[in-house]
Each structure stands twice: as structure tokens, then as C-alpha cells.
Design a protein around this ligand. Structure first.
Ligand code: MG
Length: 379
């Protein structure tokens, strides 16, 4: 029998000394009895997986608005890719796979509908009312908004998870401010996110026809991969070529990350969790060479893909309708469902509306827009 006690023991024996261990967890805000056969981090993962916010990721925009096509990444498939890439690398490095899985699965929960455009719309409407930022919203969801337990608000996750989710915020440790999370699992989740979207956005760009392969020819990393494929395969279909290129792209980044991280571990003399806490440098990182390659690659994605007029039209439309929905609620709060109005008492009208709108999927927001603005649509 592999009970929790056994699993915790295994972690202590088998994981790297600088890996997070469930047994050494700093615990939860609301103390709970430990589970019989799941470690604290496994339990956290399951709480995320079964949450309402997680299921909504299925109909939230990654880059393409949900109804544009069935094969593009959504927030949900992106999230699963982040988790898979993160776990693979974590295993190589001897890190805690369960922990990286939780942080990955939770990392985008706070995104509103229509991706970054939606975030801009909410930030605009929340100006002077506390603002809106998706990472903070992810935390707000797991700490307050998810409502499944009679004993506490939110999901009452382990502190390692909530600290790991503060990836862009400042975390204060031992009186020092750091700009990144201390635990390597959290640092890795952050970079696995980058590996996933930088790679799959190339694929979705190509697949959609908004980006053509010829345009990628200027990118060093693409040149390298593309000449490798041409050397190795004389006749290869376009689909196989594209799929292979994306696999190689992910693999190249993963290898680079693992090697550089190993170097950092030895040059910063990281042999334990407390060494990690004292270290002011980020350990999980790409090499300088890869950082340069990624800089031009990202510039490319931003100018040719994210700012492609069709993507901009898609997301601007989302932004516009979100702002209008928001304004309707603020001007006439009685149009809000009672469950939202209840929150007004606790958080004020703006924050209650913001949480409600941020929680919407693309699909729900589009339907709601129709209900509110189309004269012959039933409300
Ligand atoms: Mg992400």
C-alpha cells in the first residue's frame, strides 16, 4: 500500500535536496487534517482540477477566440501543455512533479474572456477601483472566489502553491524582496508556460495561415530546425514537417533549460532548500544564447501574429463587448444575478462586477452581450 506517509517518505528519499517536499510544506491558511493517501500537493492539484474556474478555461481564448476554430489552443489545452512540459523537466531535475503540476494548472485561472484584450478591457473599467491583473485574479480565485467548502472560502491550497502563483509579483522572503518565486518548481512552471506558448503560437499561426513558413526563415532557431528536417527527411508532408518542427522547438528549449539550470545549481552552490531561499538569482533559466534566440522569435510573434489584423479584429471585438457589458452592470446593478449582488456587499459593486465578468468564458460573454443588446433576444 502506498499511503500518503509512504509517498511523503519517497519524496524525501528520491527527490533532489532542493526540491519542495509535501512533508515539509508550510501548510494551509485554514488547518486541515491530512489525507489518507494523497500528499498535500496531490490534493491541491485535485482541488484545482475539480474547480469551476478550471472548467471555464475550455472556452477561454488563448490567442484565437473560441468560436474561430476547434483545433487552436484554448486556455485549457495551453494549461495542460504547460503542465506536461513542466512535469517532464521537473522529473529530469529531480523536482516535485506534483507541485509543478498544481502551479501549472492554476497559473491561468485568472484570465478573463478574450485573452489579453479582455484583461485590458477589465483593467480599463477598473481604473480607480483597484485595477485588474490576471495573476492577481488567479490568486483571488483560489483564495476567495471558488466556493466549494463549508469550512473556508477558496480552495485553501498549500502555501507553496499560492506563493508559486505570484510569479510576477514581489514576494518577501526573510525581509528581502524578490522578483521571482523561491521554489524551483514555481520558477519552472513560469518558464514551462513560455516554452508552451512560444512554441504553440508558432504552430497555431502556421495552421491558421496567418503566418507563412517563409516568414519564419529569418529566425535563427527556425533556420536550424528547418535545415535539420530537410537533411533528415527528403519527402515529408507539410503537416508532418510542421508537427516535427514544433516538437523540435520544444525539445531544444527544454534541453537548454535543463543544462543551464544544472550549471546554475552548481555555480550558485545550491544544495538544499535553504540555499535556494538565500539565493538572489533565478536558478531555472535559459542560457544566454537561448534568451537571444527567443527575443527575436518573440518579436516575430508579436509583430506578425499577435498583431495580425485578423487577430486584432477578433480581440478588439471581444474587448469592446466586454467593456459594454461591464458598463451596463455598473449603471443598472439590478440586472445582475442575485449571486453577484450578494458579493457587492462584501467587495463593492465594481469588484463584484469585475469578478463576475472575469469569470465569464468567451462564449458566455458573447451570449450575454446578445441578451443585453439585441432587441429581439430573450433575456
Ligand atoms: Mg499561460
Amino acid at each position: 500500500m502506498l499511503t500518503r506517509i509512504e509517498l511523503e517518505k519517497r519524496e524525501l528519499e528520491e527527490l533532489a535536496p532542493y526540491a519542495a517536499k509535501a512533508r515539509l510544506s508550510k501548510g494551509r491558511v485554514w488547518p486541515e487534517k491530512e489525507h489518507e493517501f494523497r500528499t498535500a500537493f496531490q490534493r491541491d492539484r485535485d482541488r484545482i482540477l475539480h474547480s469551476t474556474a478550471f472548467r471555464r478555461l475550455q472556452y477561454k481564448t488563448q490567442v484565437f477566440v473560441n468560436h474561430e476554430g476547434d483545433h487552436y489552443r484554448t486556455r485549457l489545452t495551453h494549461t495542460l501543455e504547460v503542465s506536461q512540459i513542466g512535469r517532464t523537466i521537473a522529473r529530469v531535475l529531480g523536482l516535485n512533479e506534483d507541485l509543478i503540476e498544481v502551479i501549472s494548472l492554476a497559473h491561468d485561472l485568472g484570465h478573463g474572456p478574450f485573452g489579453h484584450a479582455g484583461e485590458e478591457a477589465l483593467a480599463d473599467r477598473m481604473k480607480g477601483h483597484g485595477g485588474f491583473e490576471h495573476n492577481q485574479q488567479s490568486l483571488r480565485i483560489v483564495e476567495l472566489l471558488e466556493d466549494s467548502y463549508p469550512e473556508f472560502p477558496g480552495l485553501n491550497l498549500s502555501r507553496e502553491v499560492t506563493e508559486g502563483m505570484k510569479k510576477h509579483g514581489t514576494v518577501i522572503l526573510g525581509g528581502k524582496k524578490t522578483r521571482f518565486p523561491v521554489l524551483m518548481e514555481a520558477q519552472l512552471a513560469d518558464i514551462a508556460d513560455e516554452i508552451a506558448y512560444d512554441s504553440h503560437d508558432v504552430e497555431d499561426g502556421l495552421r491558421s495561415g496567418l503566418v507563412e513558413e517563409g516568414e519564419l526563415a529569418d529566425l535563427e532557431i527556425w533556420k536550424e530546425i528547418s535545415s535539420y528536417i530537410s537533411r533528415k527527411y527528403a519527402n515529408i508532408s507539410e503537416v508532418h514537417r510542421r508537427r516535427l518542427a514544433i516538437r523540435l522547438l520544444i525539445n531544444r528549449q527544454a534541453q537548454d533549460l535543463i543544462q543551464q539550470t544544472k550549471k546554475n545549481l552548481s555555480s550558485f552552490e545550491i544544495q538544499s532548500l535553504s540555499d535556494l531561499e538565500k539565493c538572489s538569482k533565478r536558478i531555472v533559466e535559459f542560457s544566454q544564447e537561448m534568451k537571444e534566440l527567443k527575443k527575436t522569435w518573440r518579436r516575430f510573434l508579436s509583430s506578425r501574429f499577435y498583431n495580425h489584423y485578423r487577430i486584432v479584429r477578433m480581440t478588439e471585438k471581444g474587448k469592446r463587448l466586454l467593456k459594454e457589458i461591464f458598463t451596463v452592470y455598473i449603471e443598472g446593478p439590478q440586472q445582475l444575478p442575485p449571486s453577484v449582488l450578494v458579493r457587492e456587499k462584501r467587495d463593492g459593486l465594481y469588484r463584484a462586477v469585475c469578478d463576475y465578468v472575469a469569470g465569464m468564458t468567451d462564449r458566455f460573454a458573447q451570449d450575454e452581450y446578445r441578451r443585453l443588446f439585441e432587441p429581439y433576444e430573450r433575456v
